[in-house]
Design a protein around this ligand. Structure first.
Ligand SMILES: [Fe+2]
Ligand SMILES: [Fe+2]
Length: 188
């Protein structure tokens, strides 16, 4: 499998874990439980820094080739760049709402929770579509030369959470994920 495609799939697995973390925090928030805001903010920081800036543009590049090699399936995937813009906007909406909570402004708990769930649902639906339609089509239709070019253009990953260097803003989230993995291993 081409390195780009392998990386894109790995990104999806990573993002899915983060959405689970967020979903759990959101359920605590909805019940007025003890929320780890740093964790929530970390997830959003990550989404703004990595998927929006690197993962999506990389997919857009694959899409350009798919439009040449298999226009019919590309059509089914739809306007990928537009979908990525929609996701970015959902991230921004939820970030603004969370910032208001952190600044102790008066915001409705229901409204913030709804924005959070909307964000999670959109991300999941988008990744599902890509896993089921976009990635298999790309794997089927792009030539070896296409992948070589795309792989070569892919820069060294600057993933601030799952990459070689963890960014300061993501440190708390990183520690949480490690702890989670440890607990998971102990249970199994
Ligand atoms: Fe995407
Ligand atoms: Fe994706």
């Amino acid at each position: 499998m081409a390195e780009t495609l392998r990386r894109l799939k790995e990104d999806h697995a990573n993002i899915s874990r983060l959405l689970q973390v967020l979903e759990h925090q959101l359920s605590l928030f909805a019940e007025d439980g003890e929320v780890d805001y740093e964790l929530m903010a970390g997830v959003l920081e990550y989404m703004r820094r990595y998927p929006d800036l690197e993962h999506h543009p990389r997919e857009d590049r694959v899409m350009e080739r798919l439009q040449l090699r298999d226009p019919e399936t590309a059509e089914k995937v739809g306007d990928l760049e537009g979908l990525h813009r929609d996701l970015k906007e959902a991230t921004e909406r939820f970030t603004v709402a969370l910032d208001q909570v952190l600044a102790e402004q008066e915001v409705s708990r229901e409204a913030v929770t709804a924005l959070g769930h909307d964000f999670i649902a959109r991300q999941r639906a988008h990744m599902r579509m890509e896993n089921e339609t976009f990635f298999p089509a790309a794997q089927r239709s792009l030539t070896e030369a296409d992948w070589k070019e795309i792989d070569a253009a892919m820069e060294q990953s600057s993933d601030p959470l799952f990459g070689p260097r963890v960014a300061e803003e993501c440190a708390a989230l990183h520690a949480h994920l490690l702890q989670w993995d440890r607990e998971d291993r102990e249970l199994n």
